[in-house]
Design a binder for this molecule. Structure first.
Ligand code: UDP
Length: 394
């Protein structure tokens, strides 16, 4: 049985990156399974037939990272074109720039504050309490006070997560900074861009290797694990174990397509923070590829809802009952020999593309060192997840 292949379940970034590292650094074949008819998972891009615009089928994906090795890694497979993401918020009080920055504060309150004046002003509005903020709402009230919270965060968060913002962890808001300068870039990262030919072609190129075989429209069955040298599973962790501790909750999003001439909204993404507007965002993909010319345009209105058994899981909800279930699944995973769990769905974390790639590269290096040494117990999780489990911070 010396030449059993490796199996990778899932052809998103997590699976593609680990598959390539295995193919390059061993002499084994690597079989990659994906239940969908395309690679790239939720980053999937394709040309809209009617307009020719490259659309992100599962919502806007903007590549951003501070890690030079991750940036160089993706650029090896496809050139990235410069793109800086700027988001507008359509709020009950009008259009503002997001994340909240000095221009947002000055325009919202009709002021001309300097950075230090704005900081002092927000501090005077912030609700003061001792201890760590227990949830999203507390975090927001401490950062920006009630008026900005209600106009920018409360309605959007209720729509996006489908619950009271007090049920959402404070860490979700930490994704959005508050800036006391005029920097209005959504991501304050060293490297940012859009792959010239789309994410699906980029992932296809990562997977292009003589020892990699990609089997699309074929769902990996955990019962096959024994046939492989080792399995790298990037699907939902609860599905791997047949949902035996119950289902982990996800939010899913759906899109309504709208075609128009020219320019529909003047930018790539506008958030709708008013709870009375049924959609959360509108994506107009033409604005990601300014080097292309298209007469027509296509916009997608995003709606958020709970995930049913047949819906595509997007955002792990991570309420206390989910976390309790997750602890059981993590314990099961650690007991499962011959399988490693990688990526957003298999570790049930809110991860961006660059974080997934970084973890897959780091994990592949750790795994390969142990495998080449003939170590008996190969790693189940990345050191980050293993650390969270060990410190009981799940
Ligand atoms: N958020 C908000 N108002 C906005 C944008 C974001 O309240 O206009 C909150 C919301 O709870 C969201 C979180 O901040 O889930 C993180 O936003 P991000 O833009 O990072 O979400 P993603 O692009 O990953 O969907």
């Amino acid at each position: 049985m010396a030449s059993r292949p490796f199996a990778v379940a899932g052809a998103g970034f997590a699976g593609a990156v680990v598959a390539r590292e295995l193919a390059v650094h061993t002499d084994r074949r690597v079989i990659v399974f994906d239940e969908r008819p395309h690679v790239a998972g939720n980053c999937h891009t394709e040309r809209d037939e009617a307009t020719g615009v490259m659309v992100h089928r599962y919502g806007s994906h903007i590549f951003h990272t501070d890690r030079q090795d991750v940036w160089e890694y993706v650029n090896r497979f496809m050139p990235f074109r410069p793109y800086i993401h700027r988001v507008m918020a359509n709020t009950p009080r009008g259009m503002f720039s997001l994340p909240i920055n000095l221009l947002t504060i000055n325009q919202f309150f009709g002021k001309t504050f300097s950075p230090e004046e704005a900081r002092a002003f927000l501090e005077s509005l912030a609700e003061k309490r001792n201890g760590e903020p227990a949830n999203f709402e507390e975090q927001a009230l401490r950062m920006v006070g009630r008026e900005l919270y209600e106009n920018f965060f409360e309605g959007y968060t209720r729509k996006h997560w489908g619950c009271d913002p007090r049920e959402i962890p404070a860490s979700v808001l930490k994704r959005l900074p508050v800036r006391f300068n005029y920097n209005d870039c959504y991501y304050d990262c060293v490297f940012q861009g859009i792959p010239e030919g789309g994410y699906t072609e980029l992932v296809r190129r990562i997977l292009e290797h003589p020892r990699i075989e990609v089997r699309l429209a074929q769902k990996f069955d955990p019962a096959w694990c024994g046939e492989f040298e080792h399995v790298f599973y990037t699907g939902p962790i609860d599905a791997f174990f047949g949902f035996r501790h119950g289902r982990l909750a996800y939010r899913t999003v759906t899109f309504q397509r709208h075609e128009a001439r020219g320019d529909f909204q003047g930018t790539a993404v506008i958030n709708y923070t008013d709870v009375r507007v049924p959609y959360t965002r509108v994506h107009e993909y033409k604005h990601f590829t300014r080097w292309e010319q298209h007469e027509r345009t296509v916009a997608f209105f995003e709606f958020s809802q709970d995930t049913g058994p047949t819906d595509i899981p997007y955002y792990p909800v991570r309420r206390p009952d989910d976390k309790a279930r997750l602890r059981h699944y993590y314990a099961d995973a650690v007991q499962t020999r011959g399988v490693s769990f990688l990526g957003r769905l298999a570790t049930y974390r809110y991860l961006d593309m660059h974080q997934v790639i970084a973890e897959s590269l780091d994990f592949a290096a750790t795994f390969l060192a142990a495998w080449h040494d003939g170590t008996q117990s190969l790693p189940t999780f990345t050191p980050t997840v293993a650390g969270l489990i060990a410190r009981q911070q799940v």
